[in-house]
Design a protein around this ligand. Sequence first.
Ligand code: HEM
Ligand SMILES: [Cu+2]
Length: 538
Amino acid sequence: MSTPASATLPHHTGFNLKEWILTTDHKRIGILYLIGSMAAFGVAGIMALLIRMEQAQVGAQLITDPTQYNRWLFFHGAVMILAFLIPGLTGFAANYFLPLMIGAKDVAFPRINAFSVWLFYFAIILALLSLVIPDGPDIMWTGYPPYSVTTMANTSFYVFTIHLLGFSSILGAINFLVTVIYMRAPGMGWNQLNMFVWTTVAAFVLQLVFIPVLAAAVTLLLFDKYLGTHFYDPSAGGDVLLYQNLFWFYSHPAVYVIFLPAVGILFEIIATMSKNRIFNYKIAVYGGIWGIIAIGGIVWVHHLYVAGMPDWLRLGMMVTTLLISVPVGLLVMSLWGTLYKGAITYNVAMMYAAACLYLVLVGGLTGIPLALPSLTLHLSDTSFVHAHFHFIMALFSAFALFGGIYYWFPKMTGRLADSKMAVVSFWCNFIGVNVTFWPLFIIGLEGMPRRYWNYEMFPQFQPYHEVATAGAFLIGIGMLLQFINFIYAAINGPIAEDNPWKSKSLEWTHCPNPPGPGNFPEDVVVDENWTPYNYNTD
Ligand code: HEM
Ligand SMILES: [Cu+2]
């Protein structure tokens, strides 16, 4: 294990396009997911900058036609969630590291895994095409009817993109669940799994259960728009709120599909960098992760508080929504507890993890007023909500993913990505997020509506929007530096030791950097005393 893998494994010498396209190796498939999701992040990030530039001042800045703004907003939201965060966390991170963490040679169905990644690429191509067709979708990522049915824009591109991604995710979910159930190294019990494995298992369970509902919701939308059915049309006996219910029945759990693997990455980084066991492992797994799964499916109506519904339902959903802060809180407590009295190593991965502890705090606390119907009547559809979910979901998970890339960079490339540029880009991103979203919390409280391209009625908000736009550009610079750093480090970064962070987890202790075909030079067997976090025993 001491020889650098690149010297011993022909698999990793030179670049062969055909090998990559035909690959069934989970690690290469993971890298393909990474490239696709980062490309999606780049384009959707540019849309975010356009949106912020448009909002920087009262009146039209860039657009000649407001539909253009809706298209950017549609693309930004849909792609960030469906093509960046979900594929980045489950497609890339789970694909590459889950088999390594459980001591498996590959996933259960490697060819289906390859099929999944190519479905994902077709979905990205379809999503990108929706930017260049003359009547691109302008329906927001939520696609609510009646607008999504009556608009002249093309709704089908979005629906077909969701079908492709959904199919890809369902195949992936089955693949990984079977892998974890049947392919763990001999001797590895359930309570010896990495936290990242547990969180992704939970995310795959959610995908499997809830994606079909989303697929059904958007398929009915397609029928209403193009085949003349009236599922969502009250004037013909349909129900417009049916869509909102079906949509959020998937899309609230979807936030956990994103949140959970992100938390899993944080556990890996924090445990390794503080050389501690997971604080309250069993409570975090069975109370935290599985608690979220248990309640996560019965809170979706909090997205419909301002739509018509009986009071008892609003109240019931308030209770379940507040209740879900309990398992989320258990996980956060466990993350903090894992830091306790640790010999903490500060590096870029750890900086991102620490930033996430802050983001989840702000995001979680601002969720409480949104859970209370009496308060959310005022906050709903304001930029307060927008800032809330960017803290709790969007940037929290993106930061966790970037932290994970720094953490696993030596595993994937044999080189370190930590550098001055990495630190500078981290601070640009971290300061940028605060500069962008705090003003939106403030003007949201004052009534700034969400999703508006112009705000002539609120000229007093302009300075806040200007600051927010400057913040977005700071994030833009940070991300650009980050990508330059990743590419430079992959080619030219300092060579890393085999286990640079001295982790006890199998992906670091039992296979070279990067692992070759079949992952492990020798079959992995563990005993009952082994855990991936065996730090303070010796
Ligand atoms: C734990 C991870 C969480 C994630 C990933 C998340 C994500 C989101 C997202 C994406 C939205 C915006 C939906 C839209 O497009 O309108 C949202 C809104 C909301 N969030 Fe969160 N959230 C989380 C935690 C919480 C917590 C802890 C609470 C409350 C205790 C909460 C309560 C709400 C409510 C009630 C709304 C609807 C607000 C409205 O439209 O008025 N969220 N959340
Ligand atoms: Cu929700």
